[in-house]
Design a protein around this ligand. Sequence first.
Ligand SMILES: Nc1ncnc2c1ncn2[C@@H]1O[C@H](COP(=O)(O)OP(=O)(O)O)[C@@H](O)[C@H]1O
Ligand SMILES: Nc1ccn([C@@H]2O[C@H](COP(=O)(O)OP(=O)(O)O)[C@@H](O)[C@H]2O)c(=O)n1
Length: 215
Amino acid sequence: MARPRYTALLMIVTIDGVAASGKSSVSSGVAQALGVPYVSSGLLYRAATLLGLEADLDLRGAPDLLNLLGAHPVRLEPLAGGNRVWQGERDLTDDLHSTRVDRGVSVVAALPEVREWVDAQLRALPEPFVAEGRDMGTNVFPHAPHKFYLTASARIRAERRARERPEDVPAIEADLQRRDELDTVQSAPAPDALVIDTGPLDLQGVIDTILTRLH
Ligand SMILES: Nc1ncnc2c1ncn2[C@@H]1O[C@H](COP(=O)(O)OP(=O)(O)O)[C@@H](O)[C@H]1O
Ligand SMILES: Nc1ccn([C@@H]2O[C@H](COP(=O)(O)OP(=O)(O)O)[C@@H](O)[C@H]2O)c(=O)n1
């Protein structure tokens, strides 16, 4: 029985990486094997972006965004199978992966006030869990005992994401590269993270690589 053996060791596992490298799918698989929830930090940045766009705010303006988020609080529901994001009774989740949100989110994520808003919510969550994003292993949970960082070429990531977006592969690849560049500051791998090139691996291969390290 794998589950008790893993959970005995587990506090927080961090899985960071570039856009569309497999973070959420891999985190979900690892979390399900461990019997714990996973936490998708990117969904909170996406929620702030969606709400800013819907309110027609300038996404570079932290005070207005923070006022909006303060007036109508957003809540992340971390589950092993998939996270959901709520604003009151409204489930925002299905609106968070549009191309419009993809294109605005890095601007919002560059605002220190928004980063503090996200980090405070993540640090308040009860352990254990698998946390995925860009800076889980460096900034938010630097003391996590198990850290991983996923990469793959922009082309491979674009081909994977093209199955989930209406745009063609070259357009998605250009958007991913633009977002990688805008996200550079918060996207450095932790020095103690195992870097995994997911290009040659299928999803289960990446999940197994991580689980093997958690024995
Ligand atoms: N190793 C892999 N091999 C094949 N497809 C993958 C692999 N990892 C992820 N995918 C697929 O790539 C897409 C992007 O993965 P996702 O988990 O959403 O990445 P991220 O959370 O980093 O944006 C999804 O369709 C997912 O099923
Ligand atoms: N820990 C994190 C997670 C996401 N982000 C930001 O949020 C955006 C969306 O993150 P995501 O993980 O949902 O995006 P994908 O990698 O799934 O495309 C990223 O492009 C970053 O701008 C961040 O800055 N820090």
